[in-house]
Design a protein around this ligand. Structure first.
Ligand code: S3P
Length: 431
């Protein structure tokens, strides 16, 4: 599809079950692939990014059987049972596939090479290569090991380190911890702020002793992973985010979002929207596997501008494009700072948000590490670019839905995390 056109809607009504969490789906296949008993994964997100993880794991000798459109069975060959891939591993658009698997593969007694798409080829890899090299891993990449393509060679001896991360990043933290499972001694990672902890939770469910003290998390080598028989993937709060925002800013709306993961390291979007005045109610809260979930009801509400910074940023890092749209409909100014990590996501999201919402007539300023957004704006129809970034495409869609419509270029990128996004949008919209 070259372009999709979204018209402004009267309101949003109905309920939808939120598709599986992307971060948890990736980890479920990777960790099950290191175990030696089969694992049934339910509510798996069959989206392009997670399919990149599946195909890499298959190239490493792991059996993955698709049972239905949400279920798969993974049969690994144990902690030391991965085999040398016969060809390059393609991580596609997926930073999580690339960075987490780098942590695992840099510790294997074989050679492997990673490639990816144009966007992934521009994303920084030094942040994982540096700590892994300190552990004794041998990795070389394009432009003095800053980018993929990247080659991983067997290291002599992998030893644990005490690593202080310069940024809050679950991908970097996970890469180092996963390498720690193969390293001598203890591997510790300390973050400036807490990032999503799905790796820690799922490793614990696979029998690994994961020690946490404040912002430091440590592991030691294990001989085997003791796999759970079943992993239930919660719905992705990052996908729910678009409906949380749209249901709030479009008058006379009421949406029920079912089975949403509410891991506290991910619920910044709920805290910020509530602080802005949103009407959000959590019901049926329960724990599914290692992750808390709930059904969420959102109804339209008038919002006030706010400030988003500091430790809040990693708790909503993927939701900033959607929150920027919410800010356009709030009364007063919203200031987002400390969000420089957005510049190295699937696209430079700070620049993309400022440019594309600007085309709709929004008044917002791009800062080095954030955005200043003026509220209560009258948006006009515009044709906007997604830059092939799934979260940009979906954020533009809800801006158009709430404003005066939008044309979105390169809309197919929603397949990266939410393949049914446009169908769901049509089923919930009253025009
Ligand atoms: C992810 C971590 C985040 C997030 C990405 C998924 C993960 O990246 O932006 O979409 O699954 O670990 P960083 O933690 O590296 O910022």
């Amino acid at each position: 599809m070259q372009q999709v056109k979204i018209e402004s809607c009267k309101c949003l009504q109905g309920s939808t079950t939120i598709p599986g969490d992307k971060s948890v789906s990736h980890r479920s296949v990777m960790f099950a692939g290191l175990a030696d008993t089969p694992v049934l994964i339910r509510n798996f997100l069959f989206a392009a990014d997670c399919c990149s993880t599946i195909s890499c794991m298959q190239s490493l000798g792991v059996k993955v059987e698709t049972l239905s459109n949400q279920e798969l069975c993974v049969q690994g060959n144990g902690m030391h049972g991965l085999k040398e891939p016969e060809t390059v591993l393609n991580a596609g658009n997926s930073g999580t596939t690339l960075r987490l698997l780098t942590g695992i593969l840099a510790c294997q007694p074989f050679f492997s090479v990673f490639v990816g798409d144009a966007s992934l080829s521009k994303r920084p890899m030094g942040r994982v290569i540096s700590p892994l090299s300190q552990m004794g891993c041998r990795i070389a990449g394009r432009q003095q090991s800053k980018f993929i393509p990247m080659a991983l060679m067997p290291g002599k001896e992998i030893t644990g380190i005490d690593y202080r991360m310069p940024m809050a990043s679950a991908q970097v933290k996970s890469a180092v911890l996963l390498a720690g499972l193969f390293a001598q001694g203890t591997t510790s990672v300390t973050e400036p702020f807490l990032s999503r902890d799905h790796t820690e939770r799922m490793l614990a469910a696979f029998g690994v002793q994961v020690r946490r003290e404040g912002l430091t998390v440590s592991v030691q080598a294990v001989d085997s992973l003791i796999a759970p028989q079943v992993i239930d993937v919660p719905g992705d709060i990052s996908s729910a985010a678009f409906w949380l925002v749209a249901g709030t800013i479009i008058p006379n709306s009421k949406l029920i979002l079912r089975n949403v993961g509410i891991n506290p390291t991910r619920t910044g979007i709920l805290d910020v929207l509530k602080r802005m005045g949103a009407n959000i109610i959590l019901e049926n809260e329960h724990v599914s596997g290692q992750e808390p979930v709930a059904d969420i009801t959102v109804q339209s509400a008038s919002l006030k501008g706010t400030e988003i910074n500091g430790e809040m940023i990693p708790r909503l890092v993927d939701e900033i494009p959607a929150l920027a749209v919410a800010a356009l409909f709030a009364e007063g100014r919203t200031v987002i700072s400390g969000a420089e990590e957005l510049r190295v996501k699937e696209t430079d999201r700070l620049k993309a948000i400022a440019t594309e919402l600007g085309k709709m007539g929004a008044v917002l300023q791009e800062k080095e590490d954030g955005l200043v957004i003026e509220g209560r704006q009258q948006l006009q129809f515009a044709v906007c670019r997604s830059y092939d970034d799934h979260r940009m495409a979906m954020s533009l869609a809800i801006a158009g839905l709430a404003g005066s419509g939008v044309g979105i270029m390169e809309p197919d990128c929603v397949n990266i995390s939410y393949p049914n996004f446009f169908e769901t949008l049509r089923s919930l919209s009253i025009w």
